[in-house]
Design a binder for this molecule. Structure first.
Ligand code: SF4
Length: 348
């Protein structure tokens, strides 16, 4: 398939959803001819909600002195992991706010403690902004942070914090957050030490279509250099309880049409990404299912616990049985996978 360039992408976006969806579905079938749709059983653990970054689109964070500020103890984290193991889970997605005081030693101890006590659990955690700040406060490089956490058992890093990789957008919605170059650099560093990651994008704030294409160009080009992204995940801004909604009251909730069009176009543009996840957490289970007809090949995670999107007013839930049912319903074969997309179990 010929690579889609920026001009073509903008033209493709003008197509009706049905046509764009058909192209994306054809591409998905080329990459995934076996009709298998995967999912992972995991749990988000937000180890702290304390954060100094103050992203305007975020309703989750608290400042250190706020009454509802917390840091989970290792014992509390352990209890959550045990509940996950009880339902057959394999992965924890560790993400926090960016706590102003936690240094590399705290993270090393945490990762080592989990690896030792729960060896069957894969630790997928700490987004680029967390890694970048741990490096700053510990006075070491981001590469050293990644190497030290990898040696304690960190397996891969999530793509969170990418939002839109265009500084003109980031300067408005998250001015204190790391810039686009730094986000790319952290992921490139991870890939270069053999640590995989995922790439994400949050749309629906103040970005233009050009910014979205710029985002895709940046991650496609890093994927060309390293091949280190396992998947791409796209979600829409959830506006309740956010400073951004107060500052820009005209920002509207994104339509399902827009979500599915961008998802389909991402399948065509990101020609070097094998896996694209559907975001049922922000779109709901039925649009999440439809996304499988528009380029997605993975239903993401059962997400036993989710706090960040829920804080912004969206609280969809989906059990493993429901995922299996929705996948079968569109004529595909459900399969539970691990973090590396190896199949663990089929549900024929
Ligand atoms: S999105 Fe993350 S970095 Fe930004 S304020 Fe929320 S918790 Fe902090």
């Amino acid at each position: 398939m010929k690579r889609v360039d920026k001009k073509e992408a903008l033209e493709l976006l003008k197509l009706p959803l049905s046509e764009l969806g058909r192209l994306a579905f054809e591409r998905k079938r080329e990459l995934h001819p076996d009709k298998i749709t995967t999912f992972v059983v995991d749990r988000n653990i937000n180890y702290t909600n304390v954060c100094w970054v103050d992203c305007k689109f975020c309703a989750f964070y608290r400042h250190k002195k706020d009454e509802s500020a917390y840091i989970l103890s290792f014992e509390e984290i352990g209890r959550k992991i045990e509940e996950l193991i009880d339902i057959g889970g394999t992965q924890v997605l560790f993400q926090g706010g960016v706590h102003p005081n936690l240094k590399i030693e705290w993270y090393e101890e945490l990762v080592e403690w989990i690896s030792k006590h729960y060896p069957t659990i894969t630790i997928h955690g700490f987004s680029a902004i967390e890694i970048d700040y741990i490096a700053k406060i510990s006075k070491i490089s981001t590469k050293e942070v990644l190497e030290r956490l990898q040696s304690k058992g960190l397996y891969s890093i999530p793509g969170a914090g990418a939002e839109i990789l265009s500084d003109s957008v980031r300067d408005i919605i998250a001015p204190k957050k790391l810039d686009a170059d730094k986000w790319i650099e952290v992921h490139e560093n991870a890939h270069n030490i053999g640590m995989k990651s995922t790439a994400t994008m949050m749309f629906g704030t103040v970005e233009k279509d050009d910014d979205i294409i710029e985002h895709w160009e940046r991650i496609r080009s890093l994927q060309d250099r390293t091949g280190g992204f396992r998947a791409f995940i796209l979600w829409s801004f959830q506006n309740q309880n956010t400073a951004l909604k107060a500052e820009f009251p005209d920002i509207k909730k994104q339509s399902s049409n827009r979500y599915l069009k961008l998802l389909a176009l991402s399948r065509l543009f990101l020609d070097n990404f094998k896996n694209i996840q559907s975001s049922w957490v922000t779109q709901g289970s039925h649009i999440g299912q439809l996304a499988l007809m528009f380029g997605a090949n993975d239903l993401g995670s059962t997400m036993m616990e989710e706090n960040v999107v829920a804080a912004a007013g969206m609280a969809h839930r989906m059990s493993q049985d429901e995922m299996i049912r929705l996948i079968r319903d569109i004529g595909e074969i459900p399969a539970k996978r691990d973090t590396a997309y190896n199949i663990l179990e089929f549900y024929k």
